[in-house]
Ligand binder design. Structure first.
Ligand SMILES: *Cc1c(COP(=O)(O)O)cnc(C)c1O
Length: 369
């Protein structure tokens, strides 16, 4: 028999989340962001669950090729543009829309012989750095780059990225970035794309023509805190599940696992779950991190059994005192409908994004339709 760990992707939940985005941002078109293997969910799940999106945004041209080979005919946005001028031909063959953020990309596009590849003007999203200081042109350089590419025959659009759409106490603020952006593009034609999930949830006056949701498509929180999206009616897509493969009865004072981090406060049962950091469960998760266990045979009748002891490569250990009926073979959910991935992430000092993306290749993926 196979190891019982499984990542199931709820395709209906993905569809539902896209619908929620359309309700929140009704005047916009949606670039569904599926970088990092669709935040760990797999491109096959994304193609199914997000079939009604207006476009897909990702990083690698090979992934764009996968989408085309699997029937996607709509727009594809390469979020970091070209990594080498050699990719330009392939990018246009695959009918990709490029983000342009450096002068060398502008130069490559200017010298490219468009006449061989020009069914229609090639769309470009020019990226402005409005304060995040990661990718893009300063507002003062932006207009020159815009005019160069426009003169070279490209169809120009505008893009920037918010550093703090999911929080209120950090600078630069969404408002200041948005104002800088709008001032710099005054009178320049083209669509605008500014909003990530945080902006769609919490700053709906700055959405532009095309929004770029990522994390909310997968039902997790941009802020890293599930409480912040509890009322947004998003549904978790990924369920990481496994089973109890062994049970130890430990006496009061006995230690559990590497480093003996957990000490039994009384005689108790410890459940050994077939899931470890080599599956993508965070090793940094602290004792007390919630794990859901089906108590008895009924998979709907679950209880929370806290992590007890250091996560190891292939296993983790849980405190079974709340689940007297749990036995070898009992179902366990590490995250999903019962345990928000954001809660596990918080216990591990990170955000849901990182856990979802880090789902290990050795974990089988099942699409639930
Ligand atoms: C990842 C990414 C997004 C999506 O961000 P979320 O916080 O997941 O919604 C949008 N735009 C750009 C440029 C990105 O890199």
């Amino acid at each position: 028999m196979e190891r019982p760990i499984l990542a199931s992707m709820d395709i209906d939940a993905m569809r539902h989340n896209l619908t929620r985005i359309r309700e929140l941002a009704p005047q916009t078109q949606v670039w569904s962001v599926i970088k990092a293997n669709a935040y760990g969910h797999g491109f096959a799940a994304a193609l199914k669950g997000l079939a009604l999106t207006d476009g897909f945004a990702l990083l690698d041209i090979q992934d764009a090729r996968y989408l085309r080979e699997n029937g996607w005919k709509g727009p594809i946005l390469l979020l970091e543009g070209l990594f080498s001028a050699d990719d330009l031909k392939l990018a246009f063959m695959l009918d990709c829309t490029l983000v342009v953020h450096t002068e060398s990309q502008v130069a490559a596009l200017e010298t490219f012989d468009l006449t061989q590849h020009q069914a229609k003007p090639r769309p470009i999203y020019l990226k402005m750095n409005t304060g995040m200081n990661r990718l893009g042109f300063s507002p003062s350089d932006y207009r020159l780059m815009y005019h160069r590419l426009h003169a070279a025959g490209y169809a120009m659009h505008h893009m920037t990225h918010f550093a703090n759409a999911d929080r209120v106490d950090c600078l630069p603020s969404v408002g200041s970035q948005y104002d800088l952006f709008n001032e710099a593009i005054t009178d320049l034609p083209g669509d605008t794309s500014t909003a990530n999930s945080g902006a769609i949830l919490w700053h709906r006056t700055v959405l532009g023509e095309w929004v770029r949701p990522g994390i909310m498509l997968y039902g997790a929180s941009p802020s890293g805190s599930f409480a912040d999206i509890a009322h947004a009616n998003l549904k978790p897509v990924m369920r990481l599940s496994s089973e109890i493969i062994s049970i130890q009865v430990v006496k009061k004072g006995e230690k559990v696992g590497y480093g003996g981090r957990f000490t039994a406060p009384e005689e108790m049962r410890i459940g050994i779950v077939a899931c470890g950091y080599a599956d993508g469960y965070p090793r940094s998760a602290s004792d007390g991190t919630p794990v859901w266990v089906a108590d008895g045979g009924d998979t709907s009748n679950g209880v929370i059994c806290p992590l007890a002891g250091q996560v190891s490569m292939d296993m983790l250990t849980i405190d079974l005192r709340a689940a007297p009926l749990a036995k070898i073979g009992s179902k366990v959910e590490l995250w999903g409908k019962h345990i928000p991935v954001d809660d596990v992430a918080q216990s591990a000092g990170t955000i849901g994004y990182e856990l979802l993306c880090a789902l290990a290749p050795r974990v089988p993926i099942q699409l639930v339709v």
